[in-house]
Design a binder for this molecule. Structure first.
Ligand code: PA5
Length: 442
């Protein structure tokens, strides 16, 4: 089980940080489990790990094998929750250098998360000479960034393999019924996978949105799901010992005490994109109605040499949450000659050195006025990654309900789209275009 340690935040917390929130946590837990709170229609992820659709899972494994057999490159097209979870898990469980290191599995590139012509052209050029497949992921099926990228990659596939060949290389992950992408895929006869209607983008990594590209890359998705199922079981027990209750309560108490920024850190570079996934999870779930903890992340120890000064001595409105892996996968003993300036490290393993850096940093940051929360997982494995995903999703739901918001909508994301569509002249956006014109912006 994940271990949550609040000890190094206690000096900054009022005595009743947890006891004062037990009633509210009990209600929040109930709402999450029953789907009876705000946005309850999007809480399908709560029971998902223990109720995996085995037929869909088998079809997903078959599709992953097909992708591996027919392609050297998989292009995963999606944005936000339809992209970050897959990339986070891929980098955490393989390597940020996966594309250089993979041998029997395809390289995986992510597209459709930008409108930069340079970025998409560079990837189109790279795959043009290689056998490749495309997994387009969009719950709504209508998001502009992935739609534009899909158009370009589909045209390249059709040019390279013909219509029928392209059809066999396109894998569509979207809503089971709604949306133009679903309609297109059924018309074209492509392989399709469903993101359940009751699971929103940033809670969808354990659906085919995350699982198909991960399985294609050789990640043990069954182990991930089993870790998540274990966390589901652990966290379904209400009470002050529940680590998700403690994390949600500590965050909200620190926020109430003026700590408006949470820095998520980890001493593994493999964790960097997990931080990006986590930022979206908490930022989009809680940042509304003029409130919310600002989620940021740091990669340690690298960022101690860039952000360390600020964390130690800058504005005292931060708290840190560190994810720690108790064991490293590899042993890396340091051989140092006597008399060398690094002689004090002789015979030590690099994991031990990393741990002392973590402990030293924790003591320094706490002394500098930065409360620290610590979450320990066993190791960097699919099982523990599944536990981490479920833990953060569940704690985010609780924390959102504690702060009185709907953690499952994202009304603010629409604002830029309305302006962009008006500026691009999309039908239906004439009134906004007119008001932009009147303000001299068109
Ligand atoms: O969490 C969310 O719902 C969003 O981040 C979406 O995942 C993102 O906007 C992409 O949407 P879609 O999957 O519909 O293309």
């Amino acid at each position: 089980m994940l271990r949550f340690d609040v000890t190094h935040a206690l000096p900054f917390l009022p005595q009743d940080w947890l006891t004062g929130r037990l009633d509210a946590l009990g209600r929040a837990q109930d709402q999450l489990l029953k789907g009876s709170g705000a946005g309850g229609e999007f809480t399908g992820w709560v029971g998902l790990p223990a109720a995996v659709d085995q037929a869909q899972q088998a079809a997903l494994e078959r599709a992953a094998r097909t992708i591996r057999d027919q392609s050297r490159v998989l292009v995963v097209i999606g944005i936000g929750g339809s992209y970050l979870g897959a990339r986070a898990m891929l980098e955490l469980l393989t390597s940020p250098n996966y594309n250089l290191l993979c041998r029997d599995t395809p390289q995986v590139f992510f597209a459709g998360n930008t409108l930069s012509p340079d970025a998409v052209t560079e990837l189109l050029d790279y795959v043009a000479e290689k056998d490749f497949s495309v997994n387009v992921v969009s719950k709504s099926g209508g998001t502009t960034e992935p739609a534009a990228a899909f158009l370009l990659f589909r045209q390249l596939l059709e040019k390279k393999y013909g219509r029928e060949g392209a059809r066999q290389r396109i894998f569509v992950t979207t809503d089971p019924r709604a949306g133009s992408l679903r309609a297109w895929a059924e018309e074209a006869g492509c392989a399709t996978f469903a993101i359940p209607p009751d699971i929103g983008g940033r809670y969808s990594v354990l659906t085919p949105a995350g699982l198909l590209p991960l399985a294609a890359a050789g990640v043990d998705v069954a182990e991930m799901l089993s870790g998540a199922a274990q966390a589901q079981k652990n966290l379904s027990r209400p009470g002050p010992d529940n680590p998700a209750w403690q994390y949600a309560a500590a965050r909200q108490a620190l926020y109430a005490g003026g700590k408006g920024i949470e820095l998520l850190g980890c001493y593994e570079p493999h964790f960097r994109f997990f931080g990006e996934w986590w930022k979206q999870l908490f930022g989009e779930s809680e940042g509304k109605q003029g409130q919310g903890i600002f989620p940021a992340c740091v990669e340690l120890t690298a960022d101690l040499h860039s952000m360390g000064q600020y964390i130690q001595e800058g504005s005292r409105n931060l708290f840190e949450t560190v994810v720690r892996f108790a064991r490293s996968r590899t042993a890396c003993p340091l051989t140092v000659q006597a008399g060398d300036e690094l002689a004090f490290l002789r015979g030590q393993d690099l994991h031990h050195v990393n741990e002392q850096a973590r402990r030293g940093t924790l003591l320094a940051h706490v002394a500098g006025g930065v409360p620290n929360l610590l979450l320990t997982a066993g190791e960097r494995s699919a099982y523990w990654a599944g536990q981490l995903v479920y833990f953060f999703q569940f704690a985010c739901g609780l924390s959102g309900y504690l702060s009185g918001v709907n953690p499952f909508d994202q009304p603010g994301v629409e604002a830029y789209k309305a302006n962009m569509f008006a500026l691009l002249g999309k039908p239906g956006h004439e009134a906004r275009r007119q008001s932009l014109a009147e303000a001299g912006l068109v």
